[in-house]
Design a protein around this ligand. Structure first.
Ligand code: URA
Ligand code: SF4
Length: 228
């Protein structure tokens, strides 16, 4: 796919050779990124959170409304579900590196609804444009296991369209032709659902099963990250 002039990709904004653990240098540089047009309508770049040398990294889709305002990933409703699921899986949420496949909030304005900003799923072209950040940060963090939360993240991490239902909860090898092949230390990938998909189920019978499945997948990933 040809790159459009307003979507040159993040590569030229990513500093070369970040040291192990030096996520700060990347996060600072990302403020200037114009790798695609999504920076224009967003409040700020939302980079990542968590220890820069974590063994387990979780990759979401893109910041939501709250994340866009606060500049931190997973601080809104989906983040609440994720924190509860990590807790239920016995995983210390503070010990996990959290990031997103796309680092600016894509949305549509709905002025008739009091300026509400509605989430819009990023296109494959946005995922591709933003991928240099994900590659660089994972090369700096060097987690053993990367969890892709939902299909946008799975697309970014595995480099191909992925059916979540077919592979969820499996400890997958890093695909040789995928974007993580050149990232040292990442041993495996676990794909699961995005916690925001549970929000639509709240108070319905599907919630318990969906939550239990998310908890099980996060537990599998945490065990793999401990080498167990
Ligand atoms: N959903 C995501 O995928 N990432 C966030 O940071 C928040 C909500
Ligand atoms: Fe750069 Fe990613 Fe933001 Fe696009 S979404 S401007 S590639 S940081």
């Amino acid at each position: 796919m040809p790159r459009s002039p307003d979507r040159p990709g993040a590569g030229r904004w990513v500093p070369d050779g970040a040291e192990r653990g030096d996520v700060d240098a990347l996060a600072q540089a990302a403020h200037a990124c114009r790798g695609c047009e999504l920076w224009r309508d967003a409040t700020q770049v939302v980079f990542s959170a968590g220890p820069p040398d974590a063994d387990l990294a979780l990759v979401g889709e893109q910041p939501g409304d709250r994340e866009d305002r606060e500049g931190e990933p997973f601080v809104g409703p989906a983040g609440r579900v994720l924190a509860d699921a990590l807790d239920a899986a016995g995983v210390d949420a503070e010990a996990v590196y959290l990031t997103n496949a796309v680092k600016h909030f894509r949305h549509v304005e709905r002025p008739e609804r009091g300026k509400r900003r509605l989430h819009k799923t990023p296109d494959v072209a946005h995922v591709r444009a933003c991928l240099p950040w994900l590659e660089a940060e994972l090369a700096a963090v060097r987690p053993r296991v990367v969890v892709a939360l939902g299909s946008t993240a799975a697309r970014a991490v595995l480099g191909a369209p992925t059916r979540i239902g077919e592979v969820r909860g499996q400890v997958l090898d890093v695909p040789e032709d995928g974007p993580l092949a050149a990232v040292p230390a990442v041993a495996s990938v676990v794909v699961t659902t995005h916690p925001s998909s549970l929000l639509r189920l709240r108070d319905r019978s599907g919630w318990d099963d969906a939550f239990a499945a998310l908890v099980a997948d996060l537990g599998t990933a945490a065990r793999a990250a401990r080498g167990a």
